[in-house]
Design a protein around this ligand. Sequence first.
Ligand SMILES: [Mg+2]
Length: 362
Amino acid sequence: MKLKRKIVHVDMDAFYASIEMRDHRQYRDKPLVIARDPRHTAGRGVVATANYAARRFGIHSAMSAQEAYELCHQAIFVKPDFVKYRRISKEIHAIFHEYTDKVEPIAFDEAYLDVTENKKEVSSALHVARLIQQEIFAKTKLTCSTGVSYNKFLAKLASDYHKPAGMTLVLPEEVNSFLADLPIEKFRGVGKKTAPKMHQLGIETGADLLEWSEVDLISKFGKMGQILYQRVRGIDERPVEWKRKRKSIGFERTLNQPLKSSVEVDDMLDFLAEKLTEAVQQKQKHGKTLVLKLRNSQFETVTKRMTFDDYLTNDKKNFAFWGRQLFDQMQPNEVDVRLLGMTLTNIDELRFENIKLPLWKE
Ligand SMILES: [Mg+2]
């Protein structure tokens, strides 16, 4: 399989309910609803999720807890413990990141992974999905379903295809048959508003949708029509939106005329320190290591770093001062600078310390 992209969609099976069944033996094999008990809340509350036993009664997430109770009187209601669910979600994400940093979380229990290139250099996306599934189960005793394909739209549909503990691969040549029987409601974007209109037009499945021209779909459904025209042909170029975890923040400047004096270097250090201070404050980060990079007229590049026990204060005078100490170690005698760079690394979230709150306006 040689695909341009390899996308895995991981979806935990009845996540919250599975966690509570794992942690409470007495809930197993019983209909379990994660929601506050409507008998104690005067009928309020919404179902966060339900286990498969409860789903057989027609209970599903986003339904009112009262409705769930009416469908199944013997159901057990358990108040959601989101602190616990988040903690377990983090454990699962740590597993994802063993394979790739290109992870797009959708909810606590769902994420897209771009494994085209992955840290374990496993070429088969199917194999990656299998390994992740196994590792999640080994570490959390929870099951998930995975969908593997060359874009997000297909990967998500695939993970939903066999649940629980399923794994589905959709190859380019299988797209038509995979989507042909798919109910139109399963296409993302076809919701409560669009679905009745689709039915009116006789569009019940992917196969029906495929017969429509792009122009006609756009005239009936606008932008969504165009998207659906592409989706039913297996086209979805949306990237996996992952946030690169920045390990350093820095700036550098190349000079046309090499700096030859200490005063010029001080000015440049001030400039870089100011840029750096603005950037780290804006990103709410701080760091323990300051790195200075220097290139001379002979294009020799050297870096020198200084690591502190505590985080450096985000202050331009502070950065400039330590930058100067580093510089003096690198060019103690003759000044010759074609490039100067200042980087803060070993960085972390700026939490409570050092945050300057604008309590008073001057
Ligand atoms: Mg799920």
